[in-house]
Design a protein. Structure first.
Lengths: 229, 229
């Protein structure tokens, strides 16, 4: 979302078959909630394909990488490393410090904002090595309860960006969903049939779907794309 | 989280096998982020068992139900119905109205808070019927991008409760994770070896794991429990 600071999500570990959907959802959540890039283990090619496909249709910029060297990526990362884990410090306690460390904090009236620094957010899949806890600048728990790495990533990114990610605009999209109170309207990204509606700014109006360009066929696929497993 | 208002998450649709992990994660996310109850379709018994098991170990109160009559639950719900969908109004635009509708808004100095009302949050799995869009009081999109129903639920609950869910306390837990900067410490819930640390209030100190009662074996299972699929 920012030209001077890259936010990268690393999915650490992947078991083909069993983890396909979770890894896909980590990638799509990273994209939708403001990260610039996701790195998957090199055995997660199917998930990478799905995330690239969504990016091609719904826009970017967003990069998907397959890499073998998970440990080296973390070790050598030049920037701030956050590791999401249920054993970590509570997100509500450390989000401010993380924002400050990467230069996302608002400067005081007389102060100066920190310089932008890149951020690596590590999302555990398979068991992660203890060295990751030690290398991480912040081990962060979104609650200290067992739940979902996708949920943890989502809440973390929303708090990191303080909601600004929800208003980001998308480039090179083929299509765009028009937010509305009751309806399922998708328009061509460059041929908006509802010219008065901004790309990412809701106007609060209750717009009833007019059926134009609508995929409303009485059924819905919800937020979840098919990842072909 | 509240004695006078129940927040219920309904997982709409479930394909055994393929959806087991996603449904489990919906349930665990609902529990961890402040809902009082989750309802799964009656063919999601395995996911229900996993969520109940986590609740037994890490505490509640949190209820898990298996129900056949998804449509009737939505139709007959006495309270506010929110349907999470990528086609809906943007969460940043409607969260305030939803908080107000269920009595979670803060009253003005001279005003009066709305009466508490129950809330049903519907999370789509398989294709959902068009009637759900029409019945819902709010169709809500956490971004209008395709990503993950687990991520959408997490951000929605965090914004619904305005972060208060992160400080909730757990009853009848066997064990409790101690949040810390570098470590993986789990203590008996009623035999806290670190008496000065509150149940859910981080003190910001960098506590190094002392190894007591620690599960730190150099490996981590991350936030994700094994759901035995």
């Amino acid at each position: 979302m920012n030209e001077t600071r890259e936010v990268v999500v690393l999915r650490y570990g992947h078991r083909p078959g069993r983890d396909d959907r979770m890894t896909t959802h980590v990638g799509l959540t990273a994209r939708a909630l403001g990260a610039d890039r996701v790195i998957f283990p090199d055995n997660a090619g199917q998930s990478a394909e799905t995330v690239r496909d969504i990016t091609g249709r719904f826009g970017g910029p967003f990069a998907v990488e397959l890499r073998e060297d998970q440990k080296a990526i973390v070790r050598d990362f030049e920037g701030v490393v956050v590791h999401l884990t249920m054993y970590g410090e509570q997100v509500q306690d450390v989000a401010g410090a993380i924002r400050e460390a990467v230069g996302l904090d608002e400067p005081d009236v007389l102060g100066e904002a920190s310089a932008p620094r890149d951020l690596l957010v590590v999302v555990g899949g398979e068991k992660v090595p203890w060295a990751l806890y030690e290398r991480a600048d912040f081990n962060v728990g979104v609650t200290n309860q067992p739940h979902s790495e996708v949920a943890g990533l989502a809440v973390f990114l929303d708090r990191l960006f303080d909601g600004a990610e929800l208003d980001r605009e998308w480039a090179d999209a083929d299509r765009r969903v028009v937010p509305e109170a009751t309806g399922k309207t998708v328009v061509d990204a460059d041929g908006d049939s509802e010219g008065t509606r901004g790309d990412s700014e809701g106007d609060g109006e209750d717009s009833e779907g007019d059926g134009e360009d609508s995929e409303g066929d009485g059924e819905d696929e919800s937020d979840e794309p098919d990842d072909r497993d």
